[in-house]
Design a protein around this ligand. Structure first.
Ligand code: NAP
Length: 506
């Protein structure tokens, strides 16, 4: 089964890109990425970079930053052009990009197509900001002047996850380039081709060689080298909280700047007066988009007692209507999980849930025609879940949702906050002041009122607590790649300035 790879020549090839040149890994090592919708098919054959390769990529980025000031770091017009042209090229190649993402991730085409469009929009947005990085100035009473200038942070190592490979890469690459940085990108090993296809397009713009380098290969080798390399000024990482903690600890050794976009366990608070139809549709979008493999996935439905039965029956009805299957088909709402190991993780949480709580729908791996060669799992909902249990506390990264009830506003806020994560949350109430009160008290980077999983590039994305450090998207996303420098210029003209008398007598 699976026509996911239709019209793509498989396996896709995914070479390294170092100093503008595509090439094999040293020693010619290659790793294969299977198609998660049809494991008999090899989706991608990717270059497995070595330490030598990543060091060459870091050197190329360092050289492009240090010796190319006129033609990159100071040349915001060039950076603007590169970013605009990348957005254009992405749109011209949208069909291929969407198919590559769908193939490697198992993402339904109905989600992969808007995913490409969202990534292109991010390049457009930051193209517009490249020439608007204003500093500040302040004149002291003496006439001396403080100039605060914003400068690129330098060489940045970008380490990305597999679940939304183009937008996750775009959220880092586009603002970093707008700022004037140079980069080494290490894509997730499940999705090397998605990143390669994007960075290949970037090399069709007027971007100087060495500005963006790509090295695929194991995170524990390639990523780890980037984290400890003293030639890299900053690491921008998106992935699991455990990996992020390890990276932050190792990067601290040379006080490397770090931003971290990590896991989540999003609460979705539904009050008795919520619009059931709107709230349940929005919930489903957050619960099962990309098979629940999303950091901001709606994973905990926190529902007021009076609306519990009606809301849950609406959610369950919509869930049962979800068509799981071949990601390439327009009718498919949910594709496979990313891998056999992820399938095992999901199964393990579901087994735990079956023993401890009330299974409302789903709970099974899918078998039979069309499913046997992929990692297909039913959308699954458990009711009467104890918020302190593993099902409500740990990131599962699959289509598994826990329902918990609450009595009043105070309890809803307590339950929403009672996790280690704080990435996103949803609030539904017809009483706007109440929704706003609750939104202000939930400790998370984004709170949606009357919507779910909206991520406009003009907004922000990032976590409180163990969901991360820093913000992506919007102007804040650009600031993550900037340093602020003070340039102080004397305005007095005095040879013997008053403070010097502290050291010089005449
Ligand atoms: P992951 O296993 O932590 O991997 C993320 C990236 O880090 C991959 O490129 C990986 O390479 C690399 N890596 C692994 N070990 C490393 C090490 N020791 N040093 C340096 N790099 C290393 O995460 P994932 O499974 O790809 O992504 C899913 C996770 O990402 C979930 O927890 C999700 O919540 C989180 N996420 C967060 C956001 C957000 O914005 N907050 C967005 C999307 C996803 P390999 O692939 O080669 O192992």
């Amino acid at each position: 089964m699976s026509s996911t790879g239709a019209s793509l020549q498989l396996p896709l090839s995914s070479p390294l890109i170092i100093k503008g040149e595509e090439g094999d890994a040293t020693g010619g090592f290659v790793f294969e990425r299977e198609n998660p919708a049809n494991t008999r098919q090899v989706a991608t054959a990717a270059a497995e970079g070595s330490l030598e390769d990543v060091r060459a990529a870091i050197d190329a980025a360092r050289e492009a930053f240090d010796s190319n000031t006129e033609n990159w770091v100071y040349n915001y017009k060039l950076r603007e052009q590169v970013l605009f042209r990348t957005a254009q090229l992405m749109r011209e190649n949208a069909d291929r990009l969407a198919k590559v993402v769908s193939l490697e991730v198992g993402m339904p085409m109905r989600q992969a197509v808007p995913h490409v469009a969202a990534a292109a929009d991010i390049f457009d947005f930051y193209a517009g900001l490249a020439g608007k990085i204003y500093g500040e100035t302040f004149t002291l009473p003496t006439g001396s002047m403080i100039n605060l200038v914003k400068e690129p942070i330098g060489v940045v190592g970008l380490i990305t996850p597999w679940n939304f490979p183009l937008t996750q890469t775009a959220r880092k690459v586009a603002p970093a380039l707008a700022a004037g940085c140079t980069l080494v990108v290490k894509p997730a090993s499940y999705t090397p081709a998605a990143s390669y296809e994007l960075i290949k397009l970037m090399h069709q713009t007027s971007m100087p060689a060495g500005v963006v380098n790509l090295v695929s290969g194991p995170g524990r080798l390639i990523g780890a080298e980037m984290v400890t390399s003293t030639k890299i000024d900053k690491i921008s990482f998106t992935g699991e909280t455990g990996t992020g903690k390890d990276i932050a600890a190792r990067a601290a050794h040379d006080v490397k700047r770090v931003s971290l976009e990590l896991g989540g366990k999003a609460p979705y608070v539904v009050f008795d007066d919520a619009d059931i139809d709107a709230a349940s549709r929005a919930a489903i979008f957050g619960m099962f988009r990309n098979a629940g493999q999303a950091c901001g996935a709606t994973t905990r439905l926190i529902v007021q007692e009076g609306i519990h039965d009606a809301f849950l029956s609406s959610v369950v009805e919509l869930t049962r209507g979800i068509e799981v299957g071949d990601p390439s088909l327009q009718s498919t709402d949910m594709g496979p999980l990313i891998s056999s190991s992820q399938e095992r993780v999901v199964q393990e949480y579901v087994d735990f849930g079956m023993d401890a709580f009330k299974l409302v729908t789903g709970g099974n791996k899918l078998h039979g025609e069309g499913f046997d060669n992929g990692y297909y799992f039913e959308p699954t909902i458990f009711d009467e879940v104890d918020n302190s249990s593993r099902l409500s506390q740990e990131e599962i990264f699959g289509p598994v949702v826990a329902v918990t009830t609450f009595k009043d506003e105070e309890e809803a806020i307590h339950l929403a906050n009672d996790v280690d994560f704080g990435l996103v949350a949803g609030v539904w109430s017809a009483d706007y002041p109440r929704a706003m009160r609750v939104a202000r008290r939930i400790r998370a980077g984004t709170i949606w009122i009357w919507d779910n999983y909206a991520q406009p590039v003009e907004g922000i994305w990032g976590g409180y607590k163990q969901s991360g450090i820093g913000r992506e998207l919007g102007y804040y996303g650009l600031e993550d790649f900037l340093e602020v420098k003070q340039i102080f210029t004397d305005g007095t003209g005095l040879t013997m300035k008053p403070p010097y008398a502290q050291v010089i007598k005449q």
